[in-house]
Structures are given as structure tokens and as C-alpha cells.
Design a protein around this ligand. Structure first.
Ligand code: SAH
Length: 219
């Protein structure tokens, strides 16, 4: 296995952060070096965000792992991701939901959507579909979703995402501009929403109809 020692060290450091064994196993299996620009390949297993071009970043592994744990991912789930970026987070989620699950990942930058799609195919993830579009309006075509993972920071929780979340479903999303917090949102079986602030975070902005103004960060 390529980068075996680096992967072992990464998993070891994430275990110290109390990440679940199920998520650690997925992190171990996903070849993160394939999802970063080749100049960064040798740094792919360091627990840091990396630049993926177009002023966007691939989140640090501990953030990906934490979001997977908060989402209580399990086999067979139907998942929506907003912000495909490199495709790495989608690959980790795909490892957990398995062949019977589906990931729909929306990306607004065409070159990144192409990048993510190509990397996911190359790494063998056939249950992830990358869609070019504005994820702030969700993706009604495959709704409702068991889980929604938003990987860009929104001004407020986009209403369409709440609507497309199944009863009993879970969503994680960063909110805020200068100061951002990660929120864990749960929809009860009778449709009631609860929202819990998990911790401060740093994400790129969610742009679009239910996001920030596109002119703010469109590059
Ligand atoms: N999940 C990614 C990291 C994403 S960075 C990974 O694993 O690499 C956030 C991404 O969200 C960026 O690629 C950005 O272009 C995208 N984004 C921002 N606003 C968006 C929107 N409204 N719809 C879809 N993607 C969006």
C-alpha cells in the first residue's frame, strides 16, 4: 500500500482525538494522496488542510473524520454533500456507506467538479455522483437524504437543505463569515429541527442562492 507509514501515523493521531474505529478505517483506506494536486502528494497524510486550486481547500483529515462521526454514517445511507472540492470527503463517506449507499456531491466550480469526478473514478468509488451546480438549493432530484454534509460556510442554514433532510436525518454545516461555527442539526421523526453548536471552524464560504453573494468569492 502506498504511503502506508504516513497513513498509520495519521490514523494514530486521529485515534487520540477519539474518532470512531469505523471512521478511522475509512480514513485508512482512502488514498488521500490521489485527491490532492500532485505537488502536495507527499504531504497528503499530514493532518492539515491543503490547497486544491481555485482558492479552495481540501479539509484537514480530523475535520472530515469529525463530520463523519457527527453524521453517524452507516451502510446503505443516501447522502448529499455540498462542496465536492477534491472529492476526498465524498470518498471517505463512500467507504462508510458502502456499495448499498449513495453519495450525491454538488460542486459549483466546473474544474473542481471534473477534478473530483476523475479522482473518485480513479480511486474506484462508483457510488459517488458529482454534480455541477449550486448546492445551496440542495439537490431535490434524489431527496430526501438520510444525511447532509455541508463543507462550505453558510450565512444561515439554507431552507431547501432542511426540507430535503429526511425525518430522523442528520445534517452538519458550518455557519458564519469571519467567525464560523460547526452546527449539528437533527430532524426528529415528526419533523422537528434541533440545532447544536459543536465548535469553531474555518471553511471557505458557501456561495449561491442560499449562500453568500457570488461576487464575494467568485474566482
Ligand atoms: N469537501 C471538499 C472540500 C470542499 S471546500 C473536499 O473533500 O475536498 C468547499 C467547496 O465548496 C469548494 O470546492 C467550493 O467551490 C464549494 N462550494 C461553495 N459554494 C458552493 C455551492 N453553493 N454549491 C456547491 N459547491 C459550493
Amino acid at each position: 500500500m502506498e504511503y502506508e507509514r504516513e497513513r498509520t501515523n495519521l490514523v494514530k493521531s486521529l485515534r487520540e482525538r477519539r474518532i470512531s474505529e469505523r471512521t478511522l478505517d475509512a480514513i485508512w483506506r482512502v488514498p488521500r494522496h490521489l485527491f490532492v494536486p500532485s505537488v502536495h502528494a507527499s504531504n497528503a497524510y499530514i493532518d492539515k488542510p491543503l490547497n486544491i486550486g481555485h482558492a479552495q481547500t481540501i479539509s484537514a483529515p480530523h475535520m472530515v473524520a469529525m463530520m463523519c462521526d457527527l453524521l453517524e454514517l452507516c451502510e446503505g445511507q443516501n447522502i448529499l454533500e455540498i462542496g465536492a472540492g477534491s472529492g476526498y470527503n465524498a470518498a471517505v463517506m463512500a467507504e462508510i456507506v458502502g456499495k448499498t449507499g449513495n453519495i450525491y456531491s454538488i460542486e459549483r466550480i466546473e474544474k473542481l467538479a471534473d477534478f473530483a469526478r476523475e479522482k473518485l473514478i480513479r480511486a474506484g468509488y462508483s457510488n459517488v455522483e458529482v454534480i455541477l451546480g449550486d448546492g445551496s438549493i440542495g439537490y431535490p432530484q434524489q431527496a430526501p437524504y438520510d444525511r447532509i454534509c455541508v463543507t462550505a460556510s453558510a450565512p444561515e442554514t439554507p431552507k431547501p437543505l432542511l426540507e430535503q433532510l429526511k425525518n430522523g436525518g442528520i445534517m452538519v454545516l458550518p455557519e458564519g463569515e469571519t467567525y464560523q461555527d460547526l452546527y449539528l442539526i437533527k430532524k426528529s421523526m415528526d419533523g422537528k429541527i434541533t440545532k447544536k453548536n459543536v465548535c469553531g471552524v474555518i471553511f471557505v464560504p458557501l456561495l449561491g442562492e442560499h449562500g453568500f453573494n457570488v461576487f464575494m468569492g467568485n474566482r
